[in-house]
Write a protein that binds this ligand. Structure first.
Ligand code: ADP
Ligand code: MG
Length: 435
């Protein structure tokens, strides 16, 4: 059935859109009249659900009248039906909390003056038997180790103090679960689950900017936890006073414990991180190569790691030692890209293709989300990848005001910070443009 639905849809929407959106779909299961489809990112799921959801449902219904609804979920694994026993049933907490990355430990953290305060505060919270600073508020830009430190706290407590219950989740997940609980009129068990832990960690709270109901719930959660002497750790991209769209009382609550910043990396820190990672990988990386990388990739540690991984993987594959030349070669595209001039037209074209909208929508006045979001992403990329000014960019997008461009850039940054899948999607576009 799925195959024939796909064939029909492909005919309807064309090959390009089919490749981008429908081919990645996996059929997970069909049970009790409900079809479950999986997509690798949340962003794709939302896109497919809004653009093709109804159509898939009606085509499927035509094939098989027993089908009542289509559910599109994130993740591609085919899951065993839920009524069969799961081999290792996850505890409740694991379900609400996020998976912890095994690499994000204190041992794997490189300390220098830009992050020593945050590091020390995180260690203190992890080692203390009871609450220390409450809440601990960590802030810093993208890729500067906020998540790493929070996971490190959780790992440390799990290892040394397993009876303390730790819950780590993103603010986005907090909101999502809260709203789901509201909808099913079951906020009690949500509150219960969140508030019963000893250490609550919520990552990227800037995400709940403007979300009033969630903020209210979050505020009361904080109050309760802190009153009861339970530890709370929060992260965000800015210090509490600078968080926009967050209610005053919540902001001041967030500001009331210990606020620790993680500053932009220095050249020295990037070098140390590279040396550390190279050693962990058991790779011999010449000093010159590390200096080159630390110099070229200054913005974000994640990208720096990615570059190192590529260089090491390349050397291992071809069985040659890493040299400055091979490094330059491997990163050729990446580096060339930053020299090459990318035009706004190119960006608009790529982004429009990617989202399967008309190029004309880039300068149209339409504000529906299907076109507004891709347009914002294009404006963001134009700001990032070209040296054009805001007014120049605005003009290319149908004569929009510079403030509109600014708003788009902020919006995309905010979404990127809050939603890893969205960030990956934008990152993918950026790479495509730069290669
Ligand atoms: P954030 O949550 O602030 O966006 P992450 O914690 O996800 O950033 O960090 C991005 C990547 O960089 C992770 O792989 C992390 O391990 C690594 N990283 C960042 N800073 C350091 C550091 N000081 N030492 C070791 N790894 C680091
Ligand atoms: Mg993070």
């Amino acid at each position: 059935e799925w195959d024939s639905v796909k064939v029909t849809l492909r005919g309807e929407i064309g090959d390009a859109a089919y490749r981008s959106w429908l081919r990645p779909i996996t059929l997970r299961d069909v049970r009790d009249g409900v079809v479950r489809l999986g997509l690798p990112t949340r962003f794709m799921r939302d896109w497919v659900a809004t653009h093709y959801g109804e159509r898939i449902k009606s085509l499927w219904g035509a094939e098989n009248p027993a089908i009542r609804s289509i559910e599109i979920v994130v993740g591609n694994a085919t899951r065993p039906p839920t009524d069969s026993p799961t081999p290792c049933a996850p505890a409740d907490m694991d379900e609400l909390g996020a998976q912890l990355d095994t690499r994000y430990t204190f041992n794997n953290f490189v300390v220098d003056k830009t992050n020593e305060f945050a590091y020390a505060a995180a260690r203190r919270v992890a080692e203390a038997e009871t609450v220390s600073f409450n809440p601990l508020f960590l802030y810093g830009g993208v890729g500067l180790s906020k998540t790493h430190l929070m996971h490190a706290i959780a790992w440390h407590i799990r290892e040394h103090n397993p009876s303390r219950r730790v819950l780590y989740l993103s603010a986005e997940k907090f909101m999502y679960r809260f709203i789901r609980a509201l909808r099913s009129q079951d906020t009690m068990s949500f509150k219960e689950q969140v508030r019963s832990v000893d250490v609550l960690m919520v990552d990227d709270v800037q995400f709940i900017a403007g979300k009033e109901a969630t903020q209210k719930e979050f505020f009361h959660t904080l109050e309760t936890m802190i009153d009861q002497g339970r530890q709370v750790v929060i992260s965000a991209d800015k210090p509490p006073p600078d968080l926009r769209g967050i209610k005053d009382r919540l902001r001041s609550r967030l500001n009331s414990g210990l606020v620790a910043s993680i500053q932009a990396t220095t050249y020295e820190l990037r070098l140390s991180i590279l040396a550390f990672k190279a050693e962990q990988m058991g790779a011999t990386v010449p000093q010159k190569v590390m200096e080159f990388l630390a110099h070229k990739i200054a913005s974000n540690v994640r990208e720096l790691e990615g570059a190192l991984n590529r260089v090491v993987a390349h050397a291992q594959l071809v069985g040659r030692a890493i040299t400055l030349e091979t490094t330059q070669e491997v990163l050729h595209n990446l580096l060339k890209a930053s020299d090459r001039r990318i035009t706004i037209e190119e960006i608009q074209k790529r982004v429009a293709e990617h989202f399967n909208i008309k190029l004309a929508e880039m300068s149209s006045a339409r504000r529906s989300r299907q076109v507004a979001r891709p347009r914002q992403i294009a404006m963001y990329l134009a700001k990032q990848l070209t040296s054009r000014s805001l007014p120049e960019i605005g003009r290319k997008f149908g004569g929009r005001a510079p403030t509109t461009v600014m708003h788009a850039v902020k919006k995309v940054e905010e979404l990127k910070g809050a939603d890893q899948n969205f960030a990956e999607d934008v990152e993918l576009l950026r790479r495509m443009l730069q290669s």
